[in-house]
Design a protein around this ligand. Structure first.
Ligand SMILES: [Zn+2]
Length: 459
């Protein structure tokens, strides 16, 4: 490593002023490194950004450093590869495994959406094209290079970095990067102070610059007894002789809910109902969790046994039979916001029965069926037909993979000296701003909330 004074810059290409599309570029001495390569998601105006020209030539990017496997951090990778990126993609081992699962699912959804649009002739003049296909995902996989935590990776004469545990999802890591002689910490997404399955976020003591997410910059998670709440909902459904439907995100949330049910079973509190995980992606993600014991704070014994009582449903015919069956049961299925996946079939069949319960356990984006149901919609369309919402709707709000404002602030107090600047990204304006106020007030640090396209000198 040379300690040059080669000018270095930081450019925010995504995840600035929004929670999706995370992409931050470091440039020094003609080298370009991209930290995260996420997809814009949610509202249409954001999703359209995925279709814009990439602001720099993808061929000119030397490497990607990936913090974790969520789509808003990795989902643009196949498109960047399709556009000519040929460098390595650095991440931890579980992140590589989970990213493969998530990107394959993403390609499938992109292809299905394009097919549907063409069938229904949504775009009459032009044929709808998927953003990328499975072929583009497969072309990306050979570029992945995995690293252990705390292992320094030298990218070139100006830049090296190490991954440190972020406690967010399996494999999730902070990037502790040295550029010239300046230290830059990228939080990616930061986990809860005491994650349910993972180890707490690594404490870091110094940095010249910090790039911190601010998803929950304006929020403090409720202190709730999540296990008791879950038990109450299960018991209520059992007493009604109903079916409990849980739309669940495949990574982390599914495993957390299964772990809570396992604990309740061990405590002899869980009513006797069959539990189904009816989600090919959820099963693949779960297999990745069982592969990486050392990443989890729970015991190997628990990891080996927590799935014992869960029926893993991969076969489509079996899934159809379970959907048609009216007996009491607990079903975890995707998608988390009820935008696709097998949960649609369950709700199409069971939403109109007042004995059944629909339980939300995660974030519900604007414009999704999940959000509409949560907000009390009386009827919802499935497969072209309206269904009356008669089942009970329940919500556990405090399950989150993101630290809240206090947890983020707590993590920042580990830094012994003020950084030159802390940048707040990955948040909507009110979220970033609420966190800015708190940091300025309590720590007296210089806070910048960058916009997309903003460039800063690292000196
Ligand atoms: Zn994330």
């Amino acid at each position: 490593m040379q300690h040059t004074n080669m000018p270095a810059t930081l450019t925010f290409l995504g995840g600035a002023g929004t929670v999706t599309g995370s992409k931050t570029l470091i440039e020094v001495g003609g080298k370009r490194i991209l930290i995260d390569c996420g997809l814009f998601q949610g509202l249409k105006e954001l999703r359209l950004k995925n279709r814009e020209n990439f602001p720099i030539d993808p061929k000119s990017i030397d490497a990607i450093v990936l913090t974790h496997a969520h789509l808003d951090h990795c989902g643009y990778i196949p498109l960047l590869v399709k556009k000519g990126f040929k460098g390595h993609i650095h991440c931890t081992e579980p992140t590589a495994d989970l990213t493969e699962i998530i990107l394959k699912d993403s390609a499938k959804i992109q292809e299905e959406d394009a097919d549907r649009a063409n069938r229904h002739n949504y775009s009459k003049h032009e044929k709808a094209e998927p953003l990328y296909t499975l072929k583009d995902v497969l072309a990306s996989l050979p570029l992945f290079r995995t690293h252990q935590l705390h292992q320094w990776v030298i990218l070139n004469e100006y830049i090296k970095f190490e991954f440190l545990n972020s406690g967010h999802i399996l494999g999730g890591a902070f990037v502790n990067m040295i550029v010239n002689d300046k230290k830059i910490v990228f939080s990616g997404d930061i986990g809860r102070a005491t994650p349910m399955l993972l180890f707490p976020p690594k404490k870091i003591e110094n940095a010249d610059y910090i790039i911190l997410e601010s998803t929950y910059g304006d929020r403090e998670h409720a202190v709730e007894d999540v296990k008791q709440e879950l038990l109450d909902v299960i018991q209520e459904t059992y007493d009604n002789g109903g079916i409990l439907l849980v739309p669940s995100f495949a990574v982390e949330r599914t495993q957390e809910i299964i772990y809570l049910m396992y604990q309740l079973e061990e405590e002899n509190k869980l009513p006797k109902m069959p539990i189904y995980l009816d989600s090919p992606m959820g099963i693949n993600a779960t297999n990745t969790y069982t592969k990486y014991h050392e990443w989890q704070s729970i015991s190997s014994y628990e990891i080996n046994h927590m799935y014992d009582n869960v029926h893993l449903v991969e076969d489509m015919e079996q899934s159809k039979a379970i959907v048609a069956d009216k007996y009491p049961k607990i079903v975890l299925a995707g998608s988390g916001m009820i935008e696709g996946g097998r949960m649609l079939h369950y709700l199409n069949n069971h939403l109109e029965n007042p004995n059944n319960t629909l339980l939300f356990i995660g974030y519900l984006g604007e414009g999704t069926r999940g959000r509409a149901l949560m907000e009390g919609a009386k009827e919802i369309k499935f497969f072209g037909e309206y269904r009356n919402v008669k089942c009970k709707i329940r919500n556990i709000t405090s399950l989150s993979a993101h630290g809240d404002r206090n947890e983020m602030l707590q993590w920042l107090t580990n830094f012994r000296e003020k950084p030159k600047t802390i940048f707040l990204n990955h948040g909507e304006a009110h979220q970033s701003d609420a966190l800015r106020v708190k940091i300025e007030h309590e720590l007296h640090w210089k806070v910048v909330i960058p916009k997309i396209g903003d460039i800063f000198d690292i000196d």
